[in-house]
Ligand binder design. Structure first.
Ligand code: PMP
Length: 409
């Protein structure tokens, strides 16, 4: 589908970092799955916060504290709207996806998980959606169970349905795989899990930047993502949780902000969302995150998804013509992540040559070692695209891959 309303030149002007040379070539930034670039409005917002309203929030009666608190809470409301949550107090600010998953795994361990429970995750998860569950299984005695993946890099849904059972307490899967690009059928995953009364956590680190998320339509119990992959600052993430579930769970960290009353004998806890937000948060970065979400809304997530799909199709068509290229992750439903290898050549060597030619990709296991084991490979070269990339940049990638192949064969 041709995207007509997309002014790519204007969009690229919003990202000054793209306009530079690396090793004597114009930079081609294709490492967006690791972190996105930031438009000027986001950097301006961060600067404005520190130059004009910096103050600690929620506690102060003075003017600046109130202005900062309002700005911080406006981001919470923006996030609520962005993912169509019912209440803004269902939005918990974290430091990122990793902390969101650790928070949920930790508090489930305090109250919900019993030794006879099963925790269901998949073979394609990022390490941040594996290790916290392994820790939880370790200290509760619960069993960690894995949904396998197919040769194409899709979840084996038949196996998923077989593995789900009355003992399953929580299912934790990514909406989109960061190393394969697979878009998982999370609505179906959630509906089936609910039939056995299991809760579902969706790792949305790779989906929130690329598609419209509707947590109510998905009926997700928990949904986590990171601002820095969505044109926002680092150090900020979101944990969405259903009000009824978050109310049932105990706090994660103790400290200021999360209490109602403290005596030397006992403390009572604040209401949502503060119960899960101990200590001073990353205020300026949360405030600037709103500018990132406003920016994405302005470009339009539907436009972004359509444009990136077009880029993916173009890139796949070109790269497929390279003899000896092997793609890892060829799911029917995919986002703009291309993982590949060149036969007989180590991915790291390809990445090094691409960098010499100004093309930034990532090489290695992408924090998904079980995926690499599944395909018996040391790693992949991963080109991950964003809405500010162009077909000309894909041509540069293609030519650089050909050159790397010539040099390394
Ligand atoms: N899950 C997935 C699918 C990811 O791609 C990433 C980041 N690469 C994470 C979790 C962790 O995100 P963060 O480092 O921002 O916490």
């Amino acid at each position: 589908m041709e995207v007509k309303t997309f002014d790519i030149e204007a969009i690229r002007r919003d990202f000054p970092v793209l306009d530079q040379e690396v090793n004597g070539y114009p930079l081609v930034y294709l490492d967006n799955a690791a972190t996105s670039q930031k438009p000027t409005v986001v950097v301006d917002s961060l600067r404005d916060y520190y130059l004009k309203i910096n103050s600690n929030i929620h506690r102060g009666v003075h003017h600046l504290s109130q202005v900062a608190t309002d700005a911080f809470e406006q981001t919470r409301e923006k996030v609520r709207d962005f993912i169509n949550a019912e209440h803004s107090h269902e939005i918990i600010f974290t430091s990122g996806t990793t902390e969101g998953i650790n928070l949920v795994a930790h508090v489930l361990g305090k109250k919900v998980i019993e030794p006879w429970h099963e925790i269901l995750i998949s073979e394609m998860e990022h390490h941040s959606n594996i290790v916290p569950w392994q820790l939880l299984a370790e200290y509760t005695g619960a069993k960690l169970v894995t949904i396998p993946i197919t040769d194409e890099g899709e979840l084996d849904m038949e196996e998923y349905h077989t593995l789900l059972n009355e003992n399953t307490a929580i299912v934790a899967v990514s909406h989109i795989s960061n190393s394969l690009g697979t878009i998982n059928p999370v609505k179906e995953i959630i509906a089936s899990a609910h039939e056995v009364n299991a809760w579902v956590l969706i790792d949305g680190a790779q989906s929130a930047p690329h598609m419209r998320i509707d947590v109510r339509d998905l009926d997700a119990d928990f949904y986590v993502f990171s601002a820095h992959k969505m044109c926002g600052p680092t150090g900020v993430g979101v944990l969405y949780g259903k009000e009824s579930i978050l109310n049932e769970l105990p706090p994660y960290k103790g400290g200021g902000e999360m209490i109602s009353e403290v005596s030397m004998e006992k403390s009572t806890y604040a209401d949502l969302p503060h119960k899960f937000e101990a200590g001073t948060p990353n205020i300026g970065e949360v405030v600037a995150f709103k500018s990132a979400l406003d920016y994405l809304d302005e470009v339009g997530l539907e436009n972004i998804a359509a444009y990136e799909h077009e880029l993916l199709a173009y890139a796949m068509e070109k790269l497929s013509t390279i003899e000896g290229i092997v793609f890892h992750g060829t799911a029917k439903k995919k986002t703009s992540v291309i993982s590949f290898n060149l036969k007989g050549i180590h991915p790291y060597d390809v990445g090094m040559i691409l960098d010499k030619l100004g093309v930034a990709v990532r090489t290695g296991h992408h924090c998904t070692q079980p995926v690499m084991k599944r395909y018996d490979i040391p790693g992949t070269v991963r080109a991950s695209m964003a809405f500010y990339n162009t077909k000309e940049e894909i041509d540069r990638l293609y030519n650089a891959v050909l050159k790397a192949q010539q040099m390394l064969s």
